[in-house]
Design a protein around this ligand. Sequence first.
Ligand code: PBG
Length: 321
Amino acid sequence: MNHRHRRLRSNESIRQLVQETHLSPGQFVVPVFVEEGNNIKKEIKSMPGIYRYSIDRLGEELEELLQLKLNKILLFGIPHQKDEEGSISWSDQGIVQKAIRYIKKKYPEFYVIADVCFCEYTTHGHCGIIVDGQLHNDKTLENLRKQSVSLASNGADMLAPSGMIDNMASSIRDALDRSGFSHIPIMSYAVKYASAFYGPFRDAAVSSPQFGDRSTYQMNPANAHEAMREAFSDIKQGADIIMVKPALAYLDIIHMLRQNTHLPIAAYHVSGEYAMIKAAAANGWIDEKKAVNETLISIKRSGADIIITYFAKEWTKWFQS
Ligand code: PBG
């Protein structure tokens, strides 16, 4: 047999016809940082092109997103008040609650996903309650229930718990159902690794742990079977969408999940993955446009349906208009 694979690569038209994977901006989720205060539009140093906005200037970003038809956002809050428990995170006066009310009123076209966690709100920077120097699982669940009900009652369309607290999905599901929010889906950060690639986000959200690290709750990057246990546990608990995070170093995990589940899979292409491409491109070391496209395509090809990425706007501008 005379194999001629190049027949299907000989020009742009035939290459288009046989392309297997396509990105659709309808499946992008854009992370948005909202900060307490006024007149803030502050670029995050390690994430060129990404800003923290106060609510009075958030419209600048939202209008740009709407023009690109990017209407799914994942909200992160930067409060000006922190305490041991992160209690502002379940108050109607919390920054994310205020932002959701503002968005729902002025820009109802948006589908608003709220990250559910405490690291941005606690003085110690851990994702829950600390007892004797350790993150206390079940006390944290109580606060997760309160935060979730508060976010839903202020108008969040979907909740995305990111703390890697055992049983967070079932606790939140139960709290939502009891409060009249059985229609609100949960996108669980089911498989979240203790990763170095969150560095720029922690600058952005001022959420670094003040002692120790997150390896007693986030996963060891070396483990894949454990990822399946985590994912199946969240599926049993009623999660609607399963997330893998970060994306690029964990494409095998996305692929493995795709083979083993029928739930939608989301991949979070995180801050450090964004920063790496930006830094290399700024030095002229890689072609940014091609590197971004290749990266996002690889995430989709590995099996992700939803891609959460800081490159959503740029990709859409480059390839969709
Ligand atoms: C925790 C949270 C983190 C990110 C999203 N939610 C950081 C962490 O676990 O320290 C990271 C996102 C990114 O790096 O882009 N609330």
